[in-house]
Design a binder for this molecule. Structure first.
Ligand SMILES: *[C@@H]1O[C@H](CO)[C@@H](O)[C@H](O)[C@H]1NC(C)=O
Ligand SMILES: *[C@@H]1O[C@H](CO)[C@@H](O)[C@H](O)[C@H]1NC(C)=O
Ligand SMILES: *[C@@H]1O[C@H](CO)[C@@H](O)[C@H](O)[C@H]1NC(C)=O
Length: 436
């Protein structure tokens, strides 16, 4: 009796492992998922990818508008599946990498002859360098939109090597940056091509440094506990293309891979503030102006005249709040002792980014407009970007947290949820317990 059940267990284990390994190559995910953490000291958002053979887990900074994945190959890159992109190969042309590089040192990852290269860009410090285009195994979890599912691999994922110094300014432990921008070798496009799903992805950044947010690649649903599919109630606005690259280094004629939207006006407590409309428009000749979304800026940065107009209107509408000495990088701070609290954060005037029509706006509530810098001190979480910045409005991380944003590259459309706090959930409520 005992012996026959033992055989049965052995047999069934064998059966399942065989069917699993047979099923694995034909399993085609409809979406993928990555966790995102927030680094408490830099306020950067980090994700973790598994790469190389044998697989190593690598922390990289999430760069929403970045062109591609780049990692430090100089220190500790060991992999038997590393394949540099040979000059004039299909990989070089897909990546838009011309030229042919050599390396005057013993061959190793990041240093090979006859390879094409790109310019990995640290968009935090705005430093770019040259690096070899290459391919290696990358693996991550699939999802049904509710839980992570089976792990899937891309055998030849294209990325760029960088020298170790390019990590300066990134969060402790980060080994590179993951670019989710519009480039053909950005994460969204490569994942969509590898598994034949739609070129779209969604980010949901957690406001907590101790609970993970989430990035979904591919199709909906995007479900947060308790069982709320955020994808069914998004507001949509066109994504705009800046014809002039916003990267730290680029070739003439390159377009920006960042995501721009068309903010037409700004309202405080539903009253429009007066703005120079030229600044709100992307200038076709030099690419100045306009509004982009960024995960490398911790707070929204506004061109000075926009900053002044917004902060003056806010102070006027919030005249009941006692001002206190400001705390850098903010210019306007308040005593929060008597500030009421609501489901969507401190009770303060709403700030609306009005989009393609008066009825389509991104409303920013207290949880996203205000920053608690210390007990009883609440600051307006916007930063003065000076005169003549490259982009007039850069919507930063604090304003994105606990909002889900879906970027659809094929239809060039942004879907945004507004604050999930209204729906009694947050971006840290994705169920990361695998269902396999
Ligand atoms: C590249 O070629 C040069 C000249 O032939 C050689 O000296 C150098 O060692 C090679 N580098 C690598 C990484 O193979
Ligand atoms: C509006 O901004 C543009 C671009 O910076 C500038 O050239 C123009 O003088 C500004 N207009 C006004 C009325 O300030
Ligand atoms: C999270 O998912 C796991 C796996 O499907 C499930 O067992 C668990 O009940 C879920 N947790 C919650 C809080 O729903």
């Amino acid at each position: 009796m005992a012996s026959s059940s033992f055989h049965f267990i052995l047999f069934s284990t064998l059966f399942f492992s065989l069917s699993f390994s047979n099923a694995q190559p034909s399993f085609r995910p409809r979406a993928l998922v990555l966790p995102v953490s927030k680094d408490a000291s830099t306020l950067q958002y980090l994700t973790r990818i598994n790469q190389r053979t044998p697989l190593v887990s690598v922390n990289v900074v999430v760069d929403l508008g970045g062109q591609f994945l780049w990692v430090d190959c100089d220190q500790g890159y060991v992999s038997s599946s590393y394949i540099p992109a040979r000059c004039n190969s299909a990989q070089c042309s897909l990546a838009g990498a011309d030229g042919c590089g050599t390396c005057n040192a013993p061959a190793r990852p990041g240093c090979n002859n006859n390879t094409c290269g790109l310019l990995p860009d640290n968009t935090v410090t705005r430093t770019a360098t040259s690096g070899e285009l290459t391919q290696d195994v990358l693996s991550l979890q699939s999802t049904n939109g509710r839980n992570p599912g089976p792990v899937v691999s891309i055998p030849r994922y294209l990325f760029t090597c960088a020298a170790t110094f390019l990590l300066d300014g990134l969060a402790n432990g980060a080994k590179g940056m993951a670019g989710l921008g519009r480039a053909r070798i950005g994460l969204p496009s490569q994942f969509a091509a590898a598994f034949s799903f739609n070129r779209k992805f969604a980010i949901c950044l957690s406001s907590s440094t101790s609970a993970n947010g989430v990035i979904f690649f591919g199709n909906e649903p995007y479900v947060m506990q308790p069982n709320i599919d955020i994808s069914t109630s998004l507001i949509y606005t066109p994504l705009l293309i800046n014809p002039v690259s916003t990267a730290s280094a680029y070739s003439q004629g390159d377009r920006s891979t960042e995501y721009f939207i068309g903010v037409k006006s700004i309202k405080v407590n539903e009253k429009a503030i007066s703005l120079n409309s030229t600044l709100l428009t992307i200038q076709s000749d030099d690419g100045y102006g306009g509004t982009k979304i960024s995960t490398v800026n911790p707070y929204t940065v506004l061109e000075s005249s926009i900053y002044n107009a917004l902060t003056q209107a806010f102070v006027r509408e919030a005249s009941y709040l006692p001002r206190v000495q400001s705390v850098a990088p903010f210019g306007f701070c308040f005593d929060s002792t008597n500030v009421g609290s609501t489901r969507v954060g401190p009770a303060v005037p709403s700030i609306d980014l009005v989009l393609q029509s008066e009825s389509v706006y991104w409303r920013i509530f207290g949880a996203n407009s205000m920053v608690q810098v210390r007990d009883n001190v609440l600051c307006l979480g916007f930063v003065d970007g000076g005169l003549n910045p490259r982009t007039s409005i850069v919507i930063g991380g604090h304003q994105l947290e606990d909002n889900l944003l879906q970027f659809d590259l094929a239809t060039s459309r942004l879907g945004f949820s507004s604050s999930l706090l209204f729906r009694q959930t947050t971006c840290s409520n994705f169920n990361f317990t695998s269902n396999v």
